[in-house]
Structure formats: structure tokens, C-alpha cells
Design a protein around this ligand. Structure first.
Ligand SMILES: [Zn+2]
Length: 469
């Protein structure tokens, strides 16, 4: 556990699968086995009424008031696609006349890997007689997946991808974006966790400028199998909020965020959410207690990012309880406010993690990509856009305009904010760049709120739909 303390923050995520040989090697070199690693952050807000009473009273109240924070957003009804499905032969129900092992519609098998891989159509499927199976017998790196030809899309529009899946290992969903020059860019859309029963993955994305076609592929990159079926990709119009919202979240409590980002937040009068691994407070390069107090005093949300920044998916129920309870208590002891938001380290979660987190937190921010709207709001899976070294100003523009147009809640995930290039890493944003992001957000006129406040606003509207539980 202790070695995690010194890991540079760029270890928190991964880059696209094919363009990062060095990155992968590097990660494996530090025994960072998270093939499917990503950032999951969660944020939970608890009863603000506890926030300003005496510390003694609050300390005693923490356990007895836990029930106040257990109510999640009502789960949305599963969305019925209302636009044409762009994926050909999405359930593999027809096969090529010349080769009955391949689905028609241009589907093919792809392995960017040295693994021993088997592709097959299996019977029955989630629906119908067939489903796509890809299994890896011996893993040798890279990814394997079934692939259909990329389909034409419109820049600036938002699409939703979903598929039904069963797997005995963790898997991931990738966007292959092809621009007008034919250049392909790969972006992570989300992870799925092993699921012995049929489950459904949902991911949303807004098409960047200049991109003309997109393929979304569900891949496996470890020993095991992945069966998929009933793919859907369609243009998605979220059910709008009363007003669009933006949240700025910063993970890991890195000292440069205090010196470089806080002055900008103050200049723009933006309140952020700071997700802290509380075991790191006062360690070299991290927030000191007084920095944490400053953020809290200025009105920023100080929230939990666990105590030790572990892969929570490897933890027992008791260990999870320790991470959640202690981080909550440590933040309370520093700020006098009990945090109600959690961000899961590395974005690693499963149903057990979420269930335990719900005993302590109201809102969980993960790193699954998307916009939060009235029809997809999940208080334990707040969707985000992750800011990395490869994020461009155009990406920010695209996300902000999509949030404004669709009246959704956009949550940005930042890590370090520094000009120190030697120490910058994949998750760094230079202060000058951050200022440009803030200028765009300010120019959009969208309200900027900490995660707990935005989530509370959204939650009220979600309830108002009525058809939710
Ligand atoms: Zn983190």
C-alpha cells in the first residue's frame, strides 16, 4: 500500500491502447496491473445541516446520522433509443454468405495483441440466436474485440453507445474517432466489470470537430471471455435540466493545485470540489491541513478520495468501511464539515464498492465519460469528462457547448495544475491552459457549482420527473 504514496499521478489513468507502447510498458514496470484501469472518482455529499455546529456535537452525530445520506437518485428508466441504430447487424443475427463464422454488416475480428484469441458467434444471445464472443486463452498484451465499420456521425452532436454483455473479467469500451484526413484517434469511453449475468453498458460522447466517423468497440485485454449482443449507437438528446451546470473537480490534493489553481478559481469566482486521499494530507507535494482549511473556508467542497488511494475493487467490505469512514472523519476533523461526495481512486469500482460507499456518501463521482441529465442521472455514477495532457481547448469548447445546448451537467476532472514540465505527467494541466478553460466556461454563462450542490440541484429535478421510483 505504501508504495502507492509515491506513484506519480499519471499512473492514475491509461492512454489509448495502440499508441502508447512506452506508457504500457512503464505501467507494467511499476506493477500497475490495472489493464482496465481508469479513474473512478466519486463524490458524496451529506447533510449540510451538520456543517456548522460544534465539532464535538458533529463528531458524535456522524454515525447516528448516516441514514440521512443514504438516499440515492432514483434510477432512471432504461432509455429507449429514439433514433436509428447506427450499428449494422447489431445482434449478429445474420451472417456473411461466404463465411458463416462472420456476422454480416462488415463485422470482423480484431486483435491488437499477441494473445491467443478465439472469436465465435455463440447461441443463444441476449436476444435472438446469436451473440459475439471473444475469449483470450493466453494474454500477451493489447486488446481484442469484434469490430464493425466506423459509421458517419455529425461533429458537435452527442451519441449514446450501449451493448449487452457477460464477461468473466474486466473489459473496456473504446471510441475510434476518424477525422476528415482519415486520422484515427482512440479514446477510452468506459470500463465494465466482470458480470456473470447479462448487464448493459451505457456511454455517451460528443463528436469532436473534424471527426467524420466513429466506431465504438467493447474489448477484452486479459485472460477470459467477453460475450456481447444487442449493440446500439444512436444520436442522443438528453432530457434537459432546468439549467446547464458545470463542476470543476480536482483529484489527489496536490500542492500545486493550491498555489496555481486556487488563485484562478478565486479570480473567476468558481467554487470547486477537491477530492482528497486523506492519508496523504501533510505529505510532501500534497495539501497541508491549512491548505485544506483554506479551500473549505473559501467555500470549495472538500470531499473524500479514500484514505490510502487503493484499488477499492481489491478490498474487503471491512477495508472499504475503513477507507470511507476514516476519510470522512479526517475531513470532518479538519474542516468541520462532513463530506458527502466520494471519488473512487483510479475509477475502480464494482457493486460492493458502491454499496459500501452508499453507507457514507450521497454522491459518487466515477470517471465514466458522459454528461449528467435528468434521464441518465445516477447519484453513484456521476459522469465526467477527464482532462489529460491530450485534452485540447476544442474539447473543452465542445463539452461546454454541448452542456449548454442540451442543458446537462458537465463535470470536469483535473489532477495536477503546474508549469513544471519535468513533473507534469499525463494528468497535468498548465495554469495558462486552465485559465483558458475557465474563460470559456465563464463566457458560456453556465453556473459553476461544487459537485454536492450541482448533484443536489439535479436530484431535485430527477425526483420531479415522477416516473422514477
Ligand atoms: Zn486519484
Amino acid at each position: 500500500m505504501h508504495e502507492n504514496y509515491s506513484l506519480p499521478i499519471w499512473n492514475h489513468d491509461r492512454k489509448p491502447p495502440q499508441k502508447s507502447a512506452n506508457y504500457w510498458t512503464c505501467r507494467r514496470g511499476v506493477a500497475f496491473v490495472l489493464i482496465l484501469g481508469s479513474l473512478l472518482q466519486a463524490s458524496v455529499s451529506s447533510a449540510t445541516s451538520l456543517s456548522t455546529t460544534s465539532s464535538k456535537t458533529n463528531a458524535l452525530s456522524i454515525e447516528s446520522n448516516l441514514d440521512l445520506v443514504k438516499k440515492p437518485f432514483p434510477l432512471p428508466p432504461s432509455r429507449k433509443p429514439n433514433n436509428p441504430n447506427l450499428i449494422p447487424n447489431p445482434s449478429a443475427e445474420s451472417v456473411q454468405s461466404s463465411n458463416s463464422t462472420l456476422p454480416s454488416g462488415g463485422w470482423d475480428s480484431v486483435a491488437n495483441t499477441n494473445s491467443a484469441v478465439t472469436y465465435a458467434l455463440v447461441n443463444p444471445g441476449h436476444t435472438g440466436a446469436r451473440a459475439f464472443n471473444v475469449s483470450i486463452q493466453t494474454y500477451g498484451g493489447g486488446e481484442a474485440f469484434w469490430k464493425y465499420p466506423p459509421q458517419s456521425v455529425t461533429p458537435g452532436k452527442t451519441y449514446e453507445f450501449s451493448d449487452a454483455y457477460i464477461s468473466d473479467t474486466n473489459t473496456a469500451v473504446w471510441l475510434y474517432l476518424i477525422d476528415k484526413n482519415g486520422t484515427e484517434t482512440v479514446r477510452w469511453l468506459g470500463d465494465t466489470y466482470k458480470s456473470p449475468d447479462w448487464n448493459r453498458f451505457y456511454g455517451q460522447f460528443t463528436v469532436p470537430e473534424d471527426v467524420v466517423s466513429v466506431g465504438v468497440y467493447h474489448s477484452i485485454s486479459s485472460k477470459g471471455f467477453l460475450i456481447t449482443d444487442d449493440y446500439n449507437l444512436d444520436e442522443y438528446a438528453p432530457l434537459p435540466l432546468h439549467r446547464p451546470l458545470v463542476s470543476l473537480s480536482f483529484d489527489d490534493g496536490l500542492a500545486p493545485v493550491y498555489s496555481n489553481a486556487l488563485p484562478l478559481l478565486q479570480k473567476f469566482h468558481f467554487l470547486s470540489t477537491q477530492f482528497l486521499p486523506t492519508g496523504f494530507i501533510d505529505q510532501k507535494g500534497r495539501f497541508t491541513r491549512s491548505m485544506v482549511q483554506d479551500f473549505s473556508r473559501y467555500g470549495h467542497e472538500v470531499a473524500s478520495h479514500s484514505v490510502t488511494h487503493p484499488f477499492l475493487t481489491n478490498f474487503t467490505k471491512d477495508q472499504l468501511d475503513q477507507e470511507f469512514m476514516q476519510s470522512q472523519q479526517q475531513i470532518f476533523s479538519i474542516t468541520g464539515i462532513r463530506p458527502t461526495s466520494l471519488a473512487t481512486p483510479y475509477g475502480a469500482y464494482n457493486p460492493t464498492v458502491i454499496k459500501e460507499a452508499s453507507n457514507y456518501f450521497q454522491f459518487v463521482r466515477n470517471v465514466n465519460v458522459g454528461f449528467n441529465s435528468r434521464d441518465n442521472a445516477d447519484s453513484f455514477d456521476i459522469k465526467v469528462q477527464n482532462i489529460t495532457a491530450s485534452t485540447t481547448i476544442n474539447d473543452i469548447k465542445t463539452w461546454v457547448s454541448a452542456a449548454k445546448r442540451d442543458r446537462t451537467w458537465l463535470v470536469l476532472v483535473y489532477h495536477n495544475v503546474s508549469d513544471d514540465v519535468t513533473n507534469a505527467g499525463f494528468f497535468n494541466t498548465p495554469p495558462g491552459e486552465l485559465e483558458r478553460h475557465f474563460q470559456l466556461i465563464q463566457a458560456s454563462g453556465i453556473a459553476v457549482l461544487p459537485i454536492n450542490q450541482a448533484a443536489t440541484e439535479l436530484k431535485a429535478q430527477s425526483f420531479s420527473i415522477g416516473k422514477w421510483d
